[in-house]
Design a protein around this ligand. Structure first.
Ligand code: NDP
Ligand code: HSE
Length: 438
C-alpha cells in the first residue's frame, strides 16, 4: 500500500523545475521503490507569466504563498527559491503551519541555520538539506549518519561546481574566465548572483554547514577566511601545471591542537592527489575519520537534475519518517552544539607558490631569496623562463615555491617583496596542499 504525501515547491527555476519534473515523470517508479507517492500540489513562483521549462498540470502553479500554507494535504514544503530574507520568512511560516521542510539553500542555512533548526525542533518538524552541500552527492547523509562512529579530524572539499568548471575550462580548453563563467550560468550551475560562486562565498556557506556537522562544533561563516578566484590568472594555472599542480578552490576544516582550522581559498593540489582529478562541475570531499580512515565522496556538485536527485532523496526520507527521527535524535546540528574554537589566523603551515613580476636586472632573484630567508622560509623551486622580448624594465614572471612555512611569515615576506625595487606589482600567492596524514 503506497502512502500519499503532498508536496509544495517554492521556486520553479533550475532546481525547482527539475524536482517537479522528477515527481511528475518518475513518481510511479519512485512509489514502487519506496512505498511513498509524492503528490505535487503547488509550485510557487514570483512571476506567473514567465515561460517555464516544463508544463505543470492545471492549478499547480501559483504566486500566492498562502495556497501552500493553507493546504492541509501539503505536508512538505520544498524551498528552492534561494536568497535569505524572503526564504527565511517563507520557511518559518511553513514550519508554523505544520509543514516539514526540504531545502537546497545553503546560504540561508549557513547564515540562519541555528534559528531555523531550533524553530523546526520546537514545532516538532524537521528540515532536510542534503542538496545544500555538494549538489547530488549524498554527503550530509554520509557525514551525519554513515560516519557517526567517527571523530572526524578533517574535511577537504571542492564544494563549488561553478568555480571548478571555470578552472577546468580555462586550463583544458583555453577558454577565457568570462566565457567559462557565462557557460556555467547557461548550464544552470551558478547562483542567481554568480559573485557568490566566484568570490568563494558559496563554498564558505557549504563549509560552515559541513564543518558544523562533521566537527560537531558550530562553525559560523563569518569566521571562515575566504579567497575566491579573483587573483588567479591563466598564467598561474599554467605555471602550476608545469610544477605538477592543479588549482582548485578548496574548502578545508581540520582539527588542530590550537583549534579548528577552516578556510576557503584557491589551492594547488599535487596532480597525483585524488582531488586533482575532479573536473568540470563535479565536487569531491575527502573526509578523515578516526575509525574509518580516509573516505572520498565524489559526484556532480551543481545543475538541476543532480540537485533534484538529492532533494527527492530528502522528500522520501521525510515522507517515511526517517528524516524527522534523525533530526530529533542525532545531536550534530548547529543549534545543538557549542561554538567552534578557531585556530589563531596565520598559524597554518604549508608550502606556498608565489608568482611575481621581476625587473630583468642582475641580483633580482637574490633579493627575493633574501627576503624569504629573512622570514625563515626555505625555497623549494624557482622558475624563470627566458624572455626574448622584454627589455630590462619589463616584468619577467618568476615563480617560486617554498617549503612549508607559516602564513604570517609568508605575508611578511610578500610585503617586503612588494617594496623591493626589482619587483613590479604585488606578488600572487597560492598555498600548496600538504598531504594529510592517513
Ligand atoms: P533559480 O534562480 O533558477 O530559481 C529560483 C526560483 O525561485 C524561480 O522560479 C523564482 O521565481 C522563485 N522565487 C524566488 N524568490 C521567490 C519568492 N520570494 N517567492 C516565490 N518564488 C520565488 O535558482 P536555482 O534553482 O538555481 O536555485 C534554487 C536554490 O537551490 C538556491 O538556494 C540555490 O543556492 C540552491 N542550489 C542550486 C543549485 C544549482 O545547481 N542551481 C545546486 C544546489 C543548490 P520566478 O521564476 O517567478 O522568478
Ligand atoms: N552555484 C553552486 C555551485 C550550485 O556552482 O556549486 C550548487 O550548490
Amino acid at each position: 500500500m503506497s502512502r500519499k504525501t503532498g508536496i509544495g515547491i517554492i521556486g520553479c527555476g533550475v532546481v525547482g523545475s527539475a524536482v517537479a519534473r522528477l515527481i511528475l515523470d518518475q513518481g510511479a517508479e519512485l512509489s514502487a521503490r519506496t512505498g511513498v507517492t509524492l503528490e505535487l500540489r503547488h509550485v510557487l513562483v514570483r512571476d506567473l507569466t514567465k515561460t517555464r521549462p516544463l508544463t505543470l498540470p492545471a492549478g499547480i502553479l501559483t504566486a500566492n504563498h498562502a495556497d501552500l500554507l493553507a493546504d492541509d494535504q501539503t505536508e512538505i514544503v520544498v524551498e528552492l527559491a534561494g536568497g535569505t530574507n524572503q526564504a527565511m520568512a517563507m520557511m518559518l511560516a511553513a514550519l508554523h503551519a505544520g509543514k516539514d521542510i526540504v531545502t537546497a539553500n545553503k546560504a540561508l542555512l549557513a547564515l540562519h541555520g541555528p534559528e531555523l533548526f531550533a524553530a523546526a525542533r520546537s514545532a516538532g518538524r524537521c528540515i532536510a538539506f542534503e542538496a545544500a552541500i555538494a549538489g547530488g552527492t549524498p554527503l550530509v547523509e554520509a557525514v551525519r549518519r554513515g560516519l557517526i562512529a567517527n571523530r572526524i579530524d578533517a574535511v577537504y572539499g571542492i564544494l563549488n561546481g561553478t568555480c571548478n568548471y571555470i578552472l577546468t575550462r580555462m586550463l583544458q580548453d583555453n577558454v577565457g574566465y568570462a566565457h567559462a563563467l557565462s557557460e556555467a550560468q547557461r548550464l544552470g550551475y551558478a547562483e542567481a548572483d554568480p559573485t557568490l560562486d566566484v568570490d568563494g562565498t558559496d563554498s564558505a556557506h557549504k563549509l560552515a554547514l559541513l564543518a558544523s556537522l562533521a566537527m560537531q562544533q558550530r562553525c559560523d561563516v563569518q569566521d571562515i577566511p575566504v579567497r575566491g578566484l579573483g587573483d588567479i590568472e591563466l598564467a598561474d594555472l599554467i605555471a602550476g601545471a608545469e610544477l605538477g599542480y592543479v588549482c582548485k578552490l578548496l574548502a578545508v576544516a581540520k582539527r588542530c591542537p590550537d583549534g579548528l582550522d577552516v578556510s576557503v581559498q584557491p589551492t594547488f593540489i599535487p596532480r597525483t592527489h585524488p582531488l586533482a582529478g575532479v573536473l568540470g562541475p563535479f565536487n569531491a570531499v575527502s573526509v578523515y575519520g578516526s575509525v574509518v580512515g580516509h573516505t572520498l565522496f565524489y559526484g556532480p556538485g551543481a545543475g538541476g537534475m543532480p540537485t533534484a536527485s538529492a532533494v527527492i532523496a530528502d522528500l522520501i526520507d521525510v515522507a517515511i519518517g526517517n528524516a524527522r527521527r534523525t533530526f530529533q535524535c542525532i545531536a550534530v546540528l548547529p543549534d545543538q552544539t557549542g561554538p567552534a574554537t578557531h585556530r589563531p589566523p596565520g598559524e597554518n603551515r604549508m608550502p606556498w607558490y608565489i608568482r611575481l613580476g621581476l625587473r630583468d636586472r642582475p641580483g633580482g632573484i637574490g633579493k627575493v631569496a633574501t627576503v624569504l630567508g629573512e622570514q625563515g622560509i626555505s625555497i623549494a623551486t624557482i622558475v624563470q623562463h627566458e624572455s626574448f622580448e622584454a627589455d630590462h624594465d619589463d616584468a619577467v614572471p618568476v615563480v617560486v615555491t617554498t617549503r612549508p612555512a607559516k602564513e604570517h611569515a609568508l605575508q611578511r615576506a610578500l610585503s617586503a617583496m612588494t617594496d623591493l625595487d626589482v619587483v613590479i606589482g604585488r606578488p600572487v600567492w597560492i598555498p600548496v596542499l600538504d598531504k594529510h596524514s592517513e
